[in-house]
Structure formats: C-alpha cells, structure tokens
Design a protein around this ligand. Structure first.
Ligand code: AMP
Ligand code: ZN
Length: 477
C-alpha cells in the first residue's frame, strides 16, 4: 500500500542497493513496509562540516527520498545522530573556554543550516549522544553481564575475542584489523583489538557517574562506537533496515557497532542492520578530503559563493560508491547544467501543475542510486519539454518538477535561481534594483551618459540586464 504524498504514485519499483555486508547488489525488502528504518552516522559537532562530509549526507538524503517515494513519506523513519561528547570537543572546550553545550549546539545548528542549504530534508530523528547516556550505560551493563565486556583501570572494554562474528563486515584478518583500527596496546586492554566502551573523565572534563555494579571509581564518558549502537536501539529498535555512512566508517566503527549491538541486544542472526551502505570519498586531487590532511573545503564557505543546488548537483554527479574529485570545473559544469533546466522551467512558468516523479529517473535511482543515469534521464526529459506543445507541456513540466523533487533540485523559482546569491563584497538584490530604477529614470530623462554608466557598473559586477517591453530584469552571470 502507498501512504501517499497525496498525488499520483509511480508503479511500485524494486530498489536494488549494494550491501557491503554481503558484498553484493541486493534487492531491498524492508522488515516492515509500514516502518522502514534508516540510520546514518552523523557529525562530531566541534567545527564545520567539509564538503566530503556533505557528500555522505546528500547521498543518503537521496536514499531517504527514494524510500519515501516507494513506501510513502510516513512509513520511512530516518535517524542521524550528533556526536556531542568526544575528545576533540573537550579539547575545543579547553582551547576556547566555552562550555560543551555552547560548542555543540552552535555547530549542530550550523550543520543543520548548511545541510538544509544543500537541499537535504531533515531526518525524522536527530538524537544527541549526551541525551542518551542512560541508554549507553544500559547497553554496557548488558555487555558486562553477558561476558562481552570487562572493566579495567577506569575503562570498560569490549572483548573482541568474545564475539565470533567480529570482522564479518570489514572482511579483514586479525592483522588487518589491528592495523586498520590503529589500536594501541594499552595497559587496561586484555587484547590489543579490544575497544573502549567507556573511559574515565578527569575532574575538569565532562563526565557521568556510572552504575556501582561496574566496579569503577569516578565519572566517565562513552566511547564513540557505543554511542551509535545505543542511539539506534533507543530511537529505531534493535535491528534496522539500512545503516549508512562513509567508506571510512566501515572499519572499525561499523564493525564495532555490530559487535556491541549483536552481543548486547537480541538481533537474532541479523548484524544490527539488514543492509549496510557505504559512500565513496570525495577527493582533493588524489587524496581523500579530510580534516587530518587539511585539504578541506567547508560546505559553509562554499555556500557563500555557490548556490546550494550547484554543490548538490556536483556531489550527485558521480554514483555514491565511486570516488569523486572536487574541482572548480565540476562546479562550473553543475551551474551550467542547472541553468539549462531552469531556463526550460522559466519558459514554462505559465503552466500550473504538480510534480510527478518520472519512471525513468526513479528507475535509475532504484539501481543502487545511480545518479549519473538519473541525470541522463533528466536531460532526456528536458529535451522532451523543449519539444512539447499544447497539453504535453503540462506533463513535461510535472515530470521535470517530480525528478527535481526526488533528487532535491529545481527547488527554487527560476527567477530567484537566475538572480543567484550575493558573493562576498557583491551588490545586494536591493542595490541592483535601486540602480535599475535609477537607470530607468535616467533613460526617461534622456540622460544616456548616466544610464550607460549604470549599465557598465552592473556589468562590471557580473550582473546581466535583460530589457523587455515589461521593463528590465536582471540575473547574476
Ligand atoms: P566524520 O565527521 O569524519 O565522522 O564524517 C562524517 C561523515 O562523512 C562520515 O559518514 C564519513 O565517512 C563521511 N566522510 C568523511 N570524509 C569524507 C570524504 N572525503 N568523502 C566522503 N565522505 C566522507
Ligand atoms: Zn555510527
């Protein structure tokens, strides 16, 4: 049954996704069609997200939209967490003198704003780790009781040896795992592969009292891997349909999530999630864009110079599992393509219609989110729209808008699109309107020297003026 978006629905499509756990393309079937669950690991909120982080968010936003289209918006439950307790946040508290809450709410708000500007829908739930400390402690208590964890020197560790399923997602041998996790030998570990579930907090660090049954003294805080397992259980349930994140999270983060959840809850033989999806990297040159390499472009900064849809289009130009190189020409291409579509939509501004997702675009997305194929289908729809006459124009516009909706593009009025955004130090919309007004007055008074001067000034600022019988309109070139 389709719990609709209140409009004509496409034929039921079969969604195929590449499942990293079984290492094959799989037909997606949810455990419950009326409650399809998706979890994606979210950011640690102590600084700005870079455009590589945004790639992960945008890819899974398209998945969210496709699931909503197939199962109905009300049936899809999507959670993405905020990690708001972490060593890096504590370091930032020490560096800036600000409170944990001040830092994390500031950067969570910025993250939400930047993602919205990139055309992402809000997830159904955005849990903060610090709001789920009880859930985390409950999970640790169960792991301790079942013999999957042990407490030592203020820490609680997961005993990797206690779980035979460990390594099934990563498909690494023990040596590869120790290397991949960069695990240190530490005096409180029985085995170098064991990982931290809970660690002690110094007096000047944020921390929480622990249950006496753990046999530890003093306050502490959760380990990162544990946070996701506990939040998934609290917000979505013990097993979910799809778990997503970047390729770098596959090991150790997701492997550890599986170990914690499978050993601490009753997931049966399901490895926490029924399907695992991992996005490829956004690269700068040959290297992965990453904070540690310092080769990052912040989404927040890029959004000051480019419209959100330009960045989104660029991010979707490669299928999500492929790597994608971030370049200026990628952005130029994206802008050019979008201009073409907005031009057609502008020519169809007189037509009233509602979006209908075209089969060709949905079919491409149902093929493991093949966005390049979806873009090719979009171009065909644009050609159709240009050729359409009479009543066909209405259907053509509905298809373009529907395709835009499922990809999260064409969400602006064409006029607003062509006006673009004010670059730093650029002329505001108001300033441009005022200059055009002054030019009209100058022209009426036959002061052509002044009207030409204004035209040159606007042109130097990159503003293109189009005169018509109805008056002058402008756009940022
Ligand atoms: P982090 O804040 O590093 O935990 O990253 C947040 C999300 O972005 C995770 O799902 C990462 O796997 C993903 N991510 C980080 N860097 C990149 C990149 N260069 N390209 C694509 N995804 C990335
Ligand atoms: Zn996670």
């Amino acid at each position: 049954m389709h719990h609709g978006l209140g409009r004509a629905t496409p034929p039921f499509m079969k969604l195929k996704i590449y499942d990293s756990y079984s290492a094959k393309l799989a037909l997606f079937t949810p455990a419950d069609e009326n409650r399809v669950t998706l979890y994606v690991c979210g950011p640690t909120v102590y600084s700005y997200a870079h455009i590589g982080n945004a790639r992960s968010a945008v890819a899974f936003d398209v998945l969210f939209r496709v699931l909503r289209e197939i199962y109905g918006a009300a049936a899809v439950v999507f959670a993405r967490n905020f990690t708001d307790i972490d060593d890096k946040i504590i370091q930032s508290m020490k560096d800036t003198g600000e409170s944990l809450e001040a830092i994390t709410t500031k950067f969570a708000d910025i993250y939400n704003e930047d993602l919205a500007a990139l055309g992402n829908l809000s997830p159904t739930h955005t849990p903060f780790a610090t709001h789920h400390i009880d859930d985390m402690q409950s999970l640790i208590s169960r792991l301790l009781e079942k013999g999957h964890a042990y407490a030592q020197e203020g820490h609680v560790l997961f005993s990797v040896e206690s779980y035979e399923g460990y390594g099934k997602l990563a498909k690494l041998d023990r040596e590869g795992m120790v290397e991949g996790a960069r695990v240190e030998v530490a005096p409180y570990k029985k085995d170098a592969a064991d990982f931290v579930l809970w660690k002690p907090s110094a007096d000047d660090e944020p921390g929480w009292e622990v249950p006496t049954a753990w046999g530890l003294n003093g306050r502490g805080r959760p380990g990162w891997h544990l946070e996701c397992s506990a939040m998934i259980e609290a917000v979505l349930g013990t097993t979910i349909d799809i778990h997503g994140g970047g390729q770098d999270l596959r090991f150790p983060h997701h492997e550890n999530e599986i170990a914690q959840s499978c050993c601490g809850t009753d997931t049966g033989d399901v490895p926490l999630a029924r399907y695992w999806m991992h996005n490829g990297f956004l690269n700068m040159g040959k290297d992965k864009m990453s904070k540690s390499l310092g080769n990052i472009a912040l989404a927040h900064d890029l959004l000051k110079e480019h419209q959100g849809e330009v960045l989104r289009w660029a991010l979707l130009s490669a299928q999500y599992r492929q790597s994608l190189e971030w370049t200026d020409s990628l952005l130029e291409q994206a802008k050019k393509q979008l201009d073409k579509f907005y031009r057609v939509l502008s020519d169809m501004a007189d037509i009233e219609t509602s979006p209908i997702v075209p089969k060709s675009v949905l079919a491409a997305l149902c093929d493991d989110l093949n966005t390049p194929e979806a873009f090719a289908a979009l171009h065909a729809l644009r050609e159709d729209a240009i050729k359409a006459t009479g009543d066909d124009r209405k259907a053509a516009k509905a298809a373009l808008l529907g395709a835009g909706e499922i990809l999260g593009v064409f969400q602006q009025e064409p006029e607003a699109w062509f006006k673009g955004i004010v670059a730093e130090g650029g002329l505001s919309d108001k300033a441009i309107d005022a200059l055009l007004e002054e030019r009209a007055v100058a022209r009426a008074a036959k002061d052509f020297a002044r009207s030409d001067e204004i035209r040159d000034e606007l042109s130097a600022a990159g503003i293109i003026i189009e005169d018509s019988a109805a008056g002058a309109t402008w756009r940022r070139g």
